[in-house]
Design a protein around this ligand. Structure first.
Ligand code: F6P
Length: 332
C-alpha cells in the first residue's frame, strides 16, 4: 500500500485543476495516504519545491481558476536525461507515486516516468480539449462558457453597428473551442484547423446577410488556423472583387479565456478525475490517465493517447452543418 503520493499541475493552467487537486488530497487522506504537492509543474521536482498538502491548505480554492500548485512548461522533460534525473529525485524524496494534471505534453512526460518504472497516473486538463481518450478535459467547459459570454457581448455591438466581428479564440491545433462556441453563440462562420475554409463562400455569406435585414455577422476563428490579422487581410483581398461595404473588426480574446471560476461541470469533472487517479494508484495502476467516456470515468492507457490526434466528433460536425454554420470543407 502506498504511504504517500505527489501531485503536480503542468502546462497551461485550466479551470478545474484546483478541484482536482482537492479531490486527490481528500481521497488519499481517506486511505491514510499522504499527499505531497509539487509546485511549478515538473520544474518543481528539480527545484525540490515540495510540501505536504493538508486539509486546511485546501480551503477556499474549489472556486478558484488556475492552480494553487502553479504550473510550468518544463523544458528539461523533453530530454530523456531530464526524465531520468526527475525519477531519481522523486525516489530520493521518498515519493511513491505521482498524479500529473495537465495537457498532452504533460501526459507524455507522465508516460516517460511510468516507462522508467515510476508509478504515475495522469489527469487530462486543457482548455483546448485536444486530448484523445476523454470526451472532455478539465477546463474546456469553463473556457467555452467564458468565450460564449464574451461573444454574446460582442454580438450586441455587432447588431448595433451592423458590423462583422472576427473573434480569435484559443485551442492550439484544435477547433473544439471555436466550433462549439460558434454553435452556442449562433455564429455564422467557424474557421477551424480540421477543415479548409472557403473565403469566397464566407465573403458571399457576409455580403448577403449585410444586404438583407440580418446585417451583422460573427466569425469565430481558431488560433490554429492563423491569426486574426492575417485572416482579415485574406478576406479583404477576396473582397476587392466584390462590392462589400460592411465594417469588419477583430477581437483576439487571448488569456481571458483561460482563467476564471470553474463551472459546475469542471468542478465535478476535476473531482471525479482526482478521485479515480488516486484509487488507480492505490490499486497499483500506472501509465494511464483518467477519461470521460459516455458519462463514465475510466482509466485509459497513455500508449493509446499520446501521439494520436483527437478528432472533432462527427455528431458535432453534423450539428454545425444543420445549424447552417459555414465551417469549410474536409481536408483531403
Ligand atoms: O494549451 C492551452 C493554451 O491556452 C492554448 O490554447 C494556447 O495556444 C496556449 O496554451 C498558450 O500558451 P501560453 O500561455 O504559454 O502562451
Amino acid at each position: 500500500m502506498l504511504k504517500n503520493i505527489a501531485v503536480l499541475t503542468s502546462g497551461g493552467d485550466a479551470p478545474g485543476m484546483n478541484p482536482a487537486i482537492r479531490s486527490v488530497v481528500r481521497t488519499a487522506m481517506e486511505a491514510s495516504c499522504d499527499v505531497i504537492g509539487i509546485s511549478n509543474g515538473y520544474d518543481g521536482i528539480f527545484e525540490g519545491a515540495i510540501e505536504k498538502l493538508t486539509g486546511t491548505m485546501l480551503s477556499g480554492m474549489i472556486d478558484r481558476g488556475g492552480t494553487i500548485l502553479q504550473s510550468s512548461r518544463c523544458k528539461r522533460f523533453y530530454d530523456p536525461a531530464g526524465v531520468d534525473e526527475a525519477k531519481e529525485r522523486l525516489l530520493k524524496l521518498g515519493i511513491q507515486g505521482l498524479v500529473v494534471i495537465g495537457g498532452d505534453g504533460s501526459l507524455a512526460g507522465a508516460r516517460e516516468l511510468h516507462r522508467r518504472g515510476f508509478p504515475v497516473l495522469g489527469i487530462p486538463a486543457s482548455i483546448d480539449n485536444d486530448i484523445l481518450g476523454t470526451e472532455m478535459a478539465i477546463g474546456a467547459d469553463t473556457a467555452a462558457n467564458t468565450i460564449m459570454q464574451l461573444i454574446d457581448r460582442i454580438r450586441d455591438t455587432a447588431r448595433s453597428h451592423r458590423r462583422c466581428f472576427l473573434i480569435e479564440v484559443m485551442g492550439r491545433n484544435s477547433g473544439f473551442l471555436a466550433l462549439t462556441t460558434a454553435i452556442s453563440c449562433g455564429a455564422e462562420v467557424a474557421v477551424i484547423p480540421e477543415f479548409s475554409h472557403h473565403l469566397g463562400r464566407i465573403v458571399h455569406l457576409l455580403r448577403t446577410r449585410f444586404e438583407k435585414a440580418r446585417d451583422n455577422s460573427i466569425i469565430v476563428l481558431a488560433e490554429g488556423v492563423c491569426d486574426a490579422e492575417t485572416f482579415i487581410s485574406q478576406m479583404l483581398a477576396q473582397e476587392a472583387s466584390v462590392s462589400f461595404e460592411q465594417e469588419i473588426r477583430k477581437t483576439v480574446l487571448g488569456h481571458v479565456q483561460r482563467g476564471g471560476i470553474p463551472t459546475h461541470f469542471d468542478r465535478i469533472l476535476g473531482a471525479r478525475f482526482g478521485e479515480m487517479a488516486v484509487l488507480g494508484l492505490l490499486q497499483e495502476e500506472s501509465g494511464s490517465m483518467t477519461g470521460l467516456e459516455r458519462g463514465h470515468v475510466t482509466l485509459i492507457d497513455l500508449d493509446r493517447v499520446i501521439g494520436f490526434k483527437k478528432h472533432l466528433s462527427s455528431e458535432l460536425l453534423r450539428l454545425a452543418r444543420h445549424l447552417q454554420i459555414e465551417f469549410g470543407d474536409p481536408i483531403e
